[in-house]
Design a protein. Structure first.
Length: 753
């Protein structure tokens, strides 16, 4: 059966062809994707032929006209790969009977289908279309069943009409299925009204695909609807790269570029119309203007206003003799705080809102525990949280207290897509400590601040030198840059930490210095394996993960060793690395195939988006414990907790033998292997390598080019992010014409890259 699915070995046919015939038998059909394997009666052949493709809603007995190509599968022989199709109603009594008994009509099975066809013969389908009340003549069909049959038949016809309409306008059968699942019977009206909504509502359909559909529907290239959609697309696309707003002139230039139109005034007018409708917000910034998507504007301004109020609010009076409290903590826990830590503890006690930042080995964890012990004697209601499940687990282990994800702290409801905790129903806490704050984007930061009660204390902990959030904004950096919030910086590396080359080299990289290396024969924790050829580097990585690290350090290759790479594509990207490492570490024969991925029992996998129904979150790593190939379900073990994925959710899992450095934020691993090569040229930046190195607890091995490593260490230039949070915090929310942080300077004239 495996050869009938995408990914099988086959000799592809070159020319397109048409296959028309009645569906004899459905071998397999996925309700979630519409992917189908069926047998079709081909008039030119004695036996039915196999056809495969995305053929949603197809039933036995239907006639299909499919466009595609013939392929020769090495295991299963000649097959037809359908790319588009239209359904034709069956024209024979046998075909009509098969069609009706296929299960598409509620209340009609094999026996009832035979009775209906016996009664009406070749006119059966006309009766269902035009006069379903005549069904009362069939034995066993009453008025209530007629109504049920009528509704089922109408729904089926609607699906067929939608599929034909969408495919006639350049939409593939697979996307047509997704569109119908999203919009239902309103699909045609929705697509006609605004095809550009597809790029927002339908996963996998980008703006360019929606634009082509719009062209097929007759929308002119200079249509205001197209220009407005293009501007919103640019704002959305650039927000996914970290920008909260775009300068007006940069937005206009980028929109002209992607739409391939020359009249600047068309875009200027479109932005003005969007602003008048409230879809975007425009505010002056120097000689230009900042253009925001409405939601991002509300979050940035709201976060600044809320933070200003939290910092000024007078809460519960806490009288603490700071010098005495420090002495008590040191004696109680047999520890000696450094001068920086003492100053930081004092700042935290005296401030309503405080940022605690520092690199590895500077004592952030010790200080957090000191804060908990000292303030915990006065404040009983304390909440700890972090952006991801792995970061929350680390926080719990380090403090001995329960820490939750921020979503759980705010009681997120996936059914209503709302948070139970907000400004009307704040968290019941006197002190809230948030770890890994560098991972927070402006949307989550605003939601968090809304739920902090006035009078409570807020401590934001994080390493500001790590990569910024994946989402829009650079929250931790901007809060510090504002100069309004109290900041405690930890820079001193303590003696025990200084003995680790991981810690020492992380700080050297941060300061633009090449890391120190020990010989591979030394018993150190940081190594560099020079390898200029990408394929040779791949071979070294495989040997390190599977053999050398486990043998020398007693670590498990799948559970304890994590490969972190700058990119997804290329010989040393996460896609290729996962393919190679899966075959090396888990070469099981049986697999559940989904597109290009093969899922096997024992695979190391990562959840790539928050799934609140299953209580698994973006970045969570587990092992596949069970696969049900018949139901296409996958069960994953997350630290012993079994989570079952239905077929529709399996695509949320990717292999995690290797992952991007961005995805590793907030996590730590016993050992990390980091490929660095000139292939990664666009990603070779100091904070990227710094973040990767600080993910390793016991061992870091860099494999690749010395030139690539040196380039990354020297390159401290970050891609500017357009964010005005720092300026807004200083003014309490108003932008006031001041340039936002993140490079709104010279970048305004040419637009974002």
């Amino acid at each position: 059966m495996a050869g009938l699915f995408p990914g099988s070995d086959s000799a592809e046919g070159g020319e397109s062809a048409t296959l028309e015939g009645a569906v004899d038998h459905i071998v397999f059909q996925s309700e979630e994707t519409g992917f189908t394997v069926l047998r079709v009666e081909d008039p030119e052949r004695e036996k039915p032929v196999v056809a495969v493709g995305v053929l949603p809603g197809v039933r036995p007995g239907e006639r299909l006209r499919m466009q595609g190509r013939w392929v020769d599968d090495r295991k299963f022989g000649r097959q037809f790969r359908a790319e588009t199709f239209v359904t034709l109603k069956p024209s024979t009594l046998v075909g009509i009977r098969k069609y009706l008994e296929s299960g598409m009509i509620k209340g009609v099975g094999k026996v009832m289908a035979e009775r209906i066809v016996d009664e009406f013969g070749l006119e059966t389908l006309d009766v269902l279309d035009e006069a379903p009340e005549k069904l009362v003549a069939v034995e066993g069909i009453g008025r209530s069943r007629i109504e049920s049959i009528r509704e089922s038949w109408a729904a089926h016809n609607e699906i067929q009409a939608v599929m034909i309409f969408l495919q006639s306008h350049g939409v593939s059968a697979g996307f047509a299925q997704k569109i119908f699942r999203r919009y239902g019977t309103k699909s045609i009206a929705k697509v006609r009204d605004n095809p550009y909504r597809l790029a927002i509502d339908i996963p996998g359909i980008g703006f360019r695909s929606a634009d082509q559909i719009a062209v097929n529907l007759g929308i002119e290239r200079d249509s205001p609807k197209r220009i407005e959609a293009g501007a919103v697309h640019v704002l959305s696309e650039l927000s996914s790269r970290g920008h909260v707003y775009l300068p007006h002139d940069g937005l206009v230039a980028k929109t002209l570029e992607i739409l391939d139109v020359a009249d600047r005034e068309l875009v200027v007018t479109a932005v003005r119309k969007l602003a008048e409708r409230g879809d975007v917000v425009v505010e002056p910034v120097g000689k230009d203007a900042a253009v925001y998507l409405n939601a991002l504007y509300l979050c940035e301004r709201g976060a600044a206003e809320r933070l200003a109020k939290l910092g000024k609010e007078v809460g519960r009076e806490v009288k603490i003799d700071v010098p005495r409290a420090i002495r008590w903590f040191e004696e109680q826990y047999d520890i000696r705080l450094g001068d920086e830590q003492r100053d930081a503890l004092r700042t935290t006690i005296e401030s309503r809102v405080v940022v605690l930042t520092g690199g590895p080995g500077t004592g952030k964890t010790t200080l957090v525990n000191a804060i908990l012990q000292v303030l915990g004697r006065k404040l009983k209601k304390i909440e700890l949280a972090a952006p991801t499940g792995r970061a929350a687990k680390r926080m719990s282990e380090a403090t001995g207290r329960e820490a939750r994800t921020i979503h759980r702290l705010l009681e997120y409801n996936p059914q209503t897509v709302t948070f139970a905790r907000d400004d009307d129903h704040p968290i019941d806490a006197d002190l809230v400590i948030i770890d890994e704050t560098s991972m927070l984007d402006i949307l989550m930061f605003h939601q968090l601040l809304l739920a902090i009660p006035f009078g409570a204390r807020l401590v934001l902990v994080g390493d500001v030198d790590q990569l910024p959030s994946v989402g829009p904004g650079r929250v931790l950096h901007d809060v510090i840059e504002s100069g309004v919030v109290a900041v405690a910086r930890l820079e001193q590396i303590y003696r025990q930490a200084a003995e680790s080359l991981i810690i020492t080299n992380a700080h050297r990289i941060h300061h633009g210095e090449m890391p120190h290396f020990r010989s591979t024969h030394d018993h150190g924790d940081f190594f560099f394996h020079e390898c200029e050829d990408p394929e040779a580097a791949l071979a070294v990585i495989k040997r390190l993960v599977a053999e050398r690290i486990p043998a020398r350090f007693g670590l498990r290759p799948i559970e304890d060793v994590q490969v972190l790479t700058p990119m997804h594509k290329g010989e040393l990207g996460s896609i290729r690395l996962n393919e190679e490492l899966q075959e090396l570490l888990n070469p099981a024969a049986d697999a559940l195939v989904r597109g290009d991925r093969k899922y096997r029992v024992g695979d190391k996998v990562m959840q790539i988006q928050n799934n609140y129904d299953l209580e698994v979150f973006n970045g969570d790593i587990g092992r596949i414990a069970l696969i049900d190939t018949k139901e296409r379900k996958v069960t994953v073990s997350y630290d012993g907790r079994l989570v079952e994925y239905e077929a529709a959710d399996v695509d949320e899992l990717v292999h995690a033998y290797a992952c991007s450095i961005h995805k590793a934020q907030g996590s730590e691993f016993p050992a990390v292997v980091i490929p660095l090569h000139t292939q990664h040229w666009m990603m070779l930046k100091r904070n990227l390598v710094y973040t990767a190195v600080t993910r390793g607890k016991k061992l870091v091995v860099v494999v690749g080019s010395r030139r690539a490593l040196a380039t990354a260490v020297r390159n401290e230039r970050e891609q500017p992010r357009f964010s005005a949070l720092a300026a807004r915090i200083r003014t309490g929310g108003e932008l006031g014409g001041a340039a936002g942080s993140g490079g709104a300077r010279s970048e305004v004239s040419r637009g974002p890259d």
